[in-house]
Design a protein around this ligand. Structure first.
Ligand SMILES: Nc1ncnc2c1ncn2[C@@H]1O[C@H](COP(=O)(O)OP(=O)(O)OP(=O)(O)O)[C@@H](O)[C@H]1O
Ligand SMILES: [Mg+2]
Length: 256
């Protein structure tokens, strides 16, 4: 117990390796996510972000390395890990025919929670879906679906949430709404590991940013720390700080 309490990180990943047949995807990935913080995992298409999330969610087994989530080992204590997490994949897992409220009530009942209606109403309020709550999800915009999807994943208050590209395909306004919801979660003590292709998302949302490239985490730090990796470019008297995009492209070898 004491050992657990002295562990500051809720997600601890060490030396994770994974190959699919002859394709090596992860070559020794190390990540830590402190309790109540937001870590963004960045990487190009095919870098292995979803693979990491699937291993941490117990959906996939690593070839080597260890990972603990909420103090539980993802292999030997998989059931405890599943109780501790929620996973929101890229495509909203909501039922179109039901209303938003019915979707929430259904999940709360599936989790054997009492007061499913009260829980649903509270989540509708928290995600600004009260007015839409009585409408079929088929009539929702992408942002509303995504918010409902995240709301559904919070039922039962999991201490850790994994969000795989939570705002892909959303317009800037809907993206802001999702960011707000995620920030509130972390402020409430939930630990968040998200993947994103949107560098701006990582800049705005994450406490720390980890870049996955060629099977390893090549940098991991705060935005300010990452920006220090490139010297500021001087344009006359105006100092231009590098953006995260500059840092990312430099590190993964892209051209800009
Ligand atoms: N079940 C599988 N069988 C074979 N190859 C796989 C499997 N799952 C993933 N891969 C391969 O592993 C690599 C990493 O995939 P992954 O989905 O983790 O990448 P990603 O970083 O999430 O990419 P994206 O940004 O496109 O979502 C890719 O080359 C992919 O083709
Ligand atoms: Mg992916």
């Amino acid at each position: 117990m004491l050992a657990l309490m002295s562990t500051p990180s809720t997600v601890v990943v060490q030396g994770l390796e994974k190959s699919f047949k002859d394709v090596t995807v992860l070559r020794g990935v190390d990540i830590e996510v402190a309790r109540g913080s937001i870590v963004a995992l960045l990487g190009s298409n095919g870098a292995g972000k979803t693979t990491v999330i699937r291993i941490l969610s117990t959906l996939l087994k690593a070839d080597a390395g260890t990972a603990t989530v909420n103090g539980f080992d993802v292999v030997s204590q998989a059931a405890d890990v599943r109780e501790s997490i929620s996973l929101t994949g890229q495509f909203a897992a909501v039922d179109e025919i039901l209303t938003g409220r019915e979707n929430l009530v259904m999940v709360a009942r599936l989790r054997h929670l009492k007061n499913a209606g009260t829980i649903a109403d509270e989540l509708l309020r928290r995600f600004s879906l009260i007015e839409a709550g009585g409408r079929r999800v088929a009539t929702y915009s992408g942002g509303m679906r995504r918010r409902l999807d995240i709301a559904m994943s919070l039922i039962g208050n999991p201490p850790v949430i994994f969000l795989d590209e939570p705002t892909t395909g959303l317009d800037p306004e809907a993206r802001l709404e999702v960011w707000q919801a995620v920030k509130e979660l972390a402020a409430g003590g939930t630990t968040v590991l998200l993947t994103t292709q949107h560098l701006e998302e990582a800049e705005h949302l994450a406490d720390r940013i980890a870049i996955l490239h060629e099977g390893r985490i090549i940098v991991n730090g705060t935005l300010a720390e990452l920006k220090q990796l490139l010297p500021p470019a001087k344009v006359e008297y105006v100092e231009k700080q590098p953006t995260l995009e500059d840092v990312f492209l430099k590190l993964v070898g892209g051209k800009k």
